[in-house]
Design a binder for this molecule. Structure first.
Ligand code: 26V
Length: 806
């Protein structure tokens, strides 16, 4: 391989023999052990290094080609990434699965046992973090020069355990054994300031930080599928300055005091914040956000300077995507770099900043829109607060001149919320400092521009676009469901669908083929058998997502209780079901934790009752994560997407399940609408209030008790909870539904239960169900993250591919 400086690099061979040889040398030279004394962990790490070497070689070619073409770079700034397990993905993408299996077996190891040692880096909460990972996968697959920036948390999303049915959180020390996929780059360390004050020197503002912390990067390889491109995701870890270790105190025996500054510094990347029930104003989280932003922007500027010398080119060479408001401090930070450090005038800097950044909003919940206390921000980042005030002055001047006399509008749009505790509104700053703001599904974008961000849409309508989310077909079909993937490829006669998911439409023609339908049914059945939760002949009814009241796991649970009560009453006429829940609740979100507790209590009652045997089973495997998702999704027959309409921005689990042939029961919310439009109303179980109806009901005097009194089955289900039928658990859940029912669970109950009867009826005609299942997959090609990235490229990033020679 001929790299940039003309130096040749030997290409690694991929025959089983060459692979085994390289594994052996890694075992000896990098692991420092021998085949005879190698542990399973040695074998795993050696395998990982051997696979990583293959990708590192492609990485070197990629870096050379990208450097050579000096392209417009896409930088994805995200506080969260849920990358999933790396081993199987990297084996697949490097084309070494078979060679690796053979090499392991030759050394006396069982491939499945070695694969089980691969720990997923859980550096995210849910959909937002997994979307970031899917977009990186697609960027690489589409040969777009891109870097993801994030934080290398020591502890990822907590490990969930159940104790007497209650959620307990345990720390997730994911890299305890070391992470073989990472390349640390301590030489690229950045210095980040906090606190201090602002001086003025020769007419220029100079921020004098009161504390500095080092940001040490490491990167993971992000290979594209079916291409040579290997991009990277660069993760920052906080390190204390040498000077923060107090040797004098240590020598005097004051051990805790000696390290306190160092500990404080390194705490910045210690733990991922779980999204919380209340927007928490914790200073450490604000520090994390600025830490990510400061390190990443310095790195982006360093990379820009490798090939460019003129700041004027910065905006055309750099597209930075802000994943929600978490990295929005990048806007004042880049202003500070350009104005204070580089000496550009304000207007010039502002036009470059706006050209560089774009913002994705991922929510509609007002309580999820981030704000930071002005006092806290001003103490931690005094110069940034000044810059935010200056940006605000420009914004408000524009608002006043467009809408003279509309003081209310000025107050609503201001970057500063004038409550007793004054707050900086991060979403307002994001829209103001970017070229484009996008929502993540059609309905979401519509609601954003008509409600939460309406004033901004009035002022700048052309700044808004929709980009509907998507998911990686490689991870969520090919890796998660090897069985269905093989069947799709044999049915279509190719595997090009993996990089052009619209080709799944070719499956439609196969719905008329009885033998194909039979194979499809068999593949779904064996995925259920492999999952091992319940009878593979039963309908697998799946609700997997974070726990939040707006997502309405409690509605699914009321349905389960109703089915159970029908069974107890005798003459149950429903089909056998396994109802599977998976998901975590934020540790401080008590209402969500109460729902988890109640689900486990109902599961215990149902699963222990012989009357329910063979008819109804409730499974709730703990610690739902990407690894578990990849086992559950292929086994699902029914996908529960039952949020209160107008609350779920998009959903992405809905797409993964549809692509795997699950039928959806859902409301007209988020991307469900687009799924239904594509798979067809006949192949989707719709129920419930739509967004306008839900909004109207919410804004009137809604009385949940009216539904309780009017519906016998609903009343029986709630009464059972209240009478202590499930071990006395769930009083709080029942009370909250009867007293407030913020998310209209009771209003949608009857419509939901009736739609579930429609599911039973459809399931009884297995052949027809299978046809609907195939049609769901065939018509869901739109939901590939490759399409999502293509939309971002056309509407927002305007970047072009750089092909890397293979
Ligand atoms: C944050 C908070 C903060 C406190 C109040 C409760 C709450 C609830 C949710 C969140 C997370 C908001 C950001 C987020 O994760 N959004 C998810 O993004 C996915 C990818 O676009 C999308 O599919 C999900 O619908 C959306 O919830």
């Amino acid at each position: 391989m001929d790299l940039r400086n003309g130096v040749e690099l030997r290409s690694l061979g991929n025959t089983p023999d060459e692979f085994r040889q390289d594994m052996l040398s890694n075992l000896y030279y990098r692991r420092g052990t021998t085949v005879e004394s190698a542990s399973a962990q040695d074998a795993y790490e050696t395998l990982a290094l051997t696979v990583r070497d293959r990708l590192a070689e492609r990485r070197a070619r990629t870096a050379a080609a990208q450097y050579e073409s000096n392209p417009r770079w896409v930088y994805y700034l995200s506080a969260e990434y849920l990358l999933g397990p790396q081993l199987e993905q990297n084996l697949l993408y490097s084309g070494t699965s078979e060679a690796a299996h053979k090499a392991l077996e030759a050394c006396g190891f069982k491939p499945e046992e070695i694969a089980a040692l691969d720990v997923e880096p859980g550096l995210g909460n849910g959909g937002l973090g997994r979307l970031a990972a899917c977009l990186l996968d697609s960027l690489a697959t589409l040969d777009i020069p891109a870097v993801g920036y994030g934080i290398r948390y020591d502890l990822g999303i907590f490990r969930q355990e159940f104790q007497d049915g209650r959620q307990i959180e345990r720390p997730d020390d994911w890299a305890f054994q070391g992470d073989p996929w990472e390349f640390p780059a301590p030489d690229d360390v950045q210095t980040v300031g906090f606190y201090g004050h602002v001086d003025e020197r020769d007419g220029r503002k100079v921020w004098q930080p009161g504390e500095v912390v080092l940001g040490e990067p490491s990167h993971l390889l992000v290979p594209g599928y079916g291409t040579t491109t290997v991009n990277i995701v660069r993760l920052w870890r906080a390190r204390a300055h040498q000077a923060s270790f107090d040797l004098t105190r240590f020598s005097a025996g004051q051990y805790a005091e000696a390290v306190q500054d160092a500990v404080r510094a390194e705490n910045i990347s210690k733990v991922l914040y779980p999204d919380d029930s209340t927007a928490a104003g914790r200073e450490l989280r604000l520090k994390q956000q600025y830490f990510l932003v400061s390190c990443s922007l310095r790195d982006i500027v360093r990379r820009f300077r490798l090939r460019n010398s003129d700041w004027d080119a910065f905006g055309s060479k750099t597209a930075i995507q802000l994943n929600d408001t978490h990295p929005v401090l990048a806007i004042p930070e880049l202003m500070r770099l350009l104005v204070d450090e580089e000496g550009l005038d304000w207007d010039h800097a502002w036009s470059l900043v706006r050209q560089t950044f774009n913002y994705t909003c991922h929510t509609l919940l007002p309580e999820a829109l981030e704000t930071w206390p002005v006092d806290m921000l001003g103490r931690l980042l005094p110069r940034h607060l000044e810059i935010i005030y200056l940006i605000n002055a420009g914004l408000l001047e524009e608002v006043r001149s467009r809408f003279p006399g509309d003081i209310d509008r000025v107050r609503r749009m201001s970057l500063i919320q004038e409550t007793p505790e004054r707050l900086v509104r991060m979403a307002n700053l994001a829209v103001t400092g970017t070229t484009m703001t996008n929502g993540v599904a059609e309905l979401h974008t519509q609601l954003l521009t008509s409600t939460v961000l309406r004033d901004f849409h009035d002022l700048w309508p052309s700044r808004f676009a929709n980009v509907t989310n998507g998911v990686s077909p490689r991870r969520f079909v090919r890796l998660a469901s090897p069985g269905i993937s093989a069947l799709i490829s044999s049915g279509l006669g190719h595997d090009r669908w993996l990089t052009d998911l619209s080709l799944l439409s070719g499956l439609e023609a196969l719905t008329g083929d009885a033998s194909f339908r039979e194979q499809w049914r068999e593949v779904k059945r064996s995925a259920k058998a492999a999952l091992g939760l319940g009878d593979p002949g039963a309908l697998m009814d799946v609700m997997i997502k974070r726990f939040h009241e707006y997502k309405r796991q409690q509605l699914k649970l009321l349905h389960v209780i109703t089915l159970y009560q029908r069974i107890k009453a005798g003459g149950y006429d429903g089909v056998p079901r396994t109802v599977l829940f998976g998901g975590k609740a934020a540790p401080a979100y008590q209402a969500a934790k109460n729902i988890i507790h109640l689900i486990n209590a109902v599961a215990a009652a149902v699963n222990a009752d012989p009357a329910a045997a063979g008819l109804l089973r409730v499974a709730f495997p703990a610690n739902y994560n990407i690894t578990l998702a990849e086992h559950i999704i292929p086994a699902a027959d029914l996908s529960e997407q039952i949020s209160m309409a107008g609350k779920e921005a998009s959903g992405t689990g809905n797409m993964k399940l549809t692509l795997n042939g699950a039928l959806t029961i859902g409301t007209l919310d988020g991307a469900n609408i687009e799924i239904r439009d594509r798979v067809g109303a006949d192949n989707f179980f719709l129920f419930g209030l739509d967004a306008p109806a839900a909004l109207a009901l919410r804004s009137g005097p809604y009385q949940p008790r009216d539904h309780y009194h009017a519906d016998d089955e609903l009343r029986a289900a709630l009464d059972a909870i209240r009478s202590g039928a499930f071990g006395g658990v769930g009083h709080d859940v029942a009370a909250s539904l009867l007293d407030r029912d913020e998310y209209l669970t009771l209003a949608d109950y009857r419509s939901y239960v009736d739609a579930q009867a429609g599911v039973d009826a459809a399931w009884r005609d297995q052949d027809h169900w299978t046809t609907m299942s195939i049609l769901n997959t065939a018509r869901a090609g739109f939901f590939s993250s490759d399409r999502t990235v293509t939309d971002y490229l056309d509407r927002i990033w305007h970047a072009t591919p750089v092909r890397v020679e293979g």
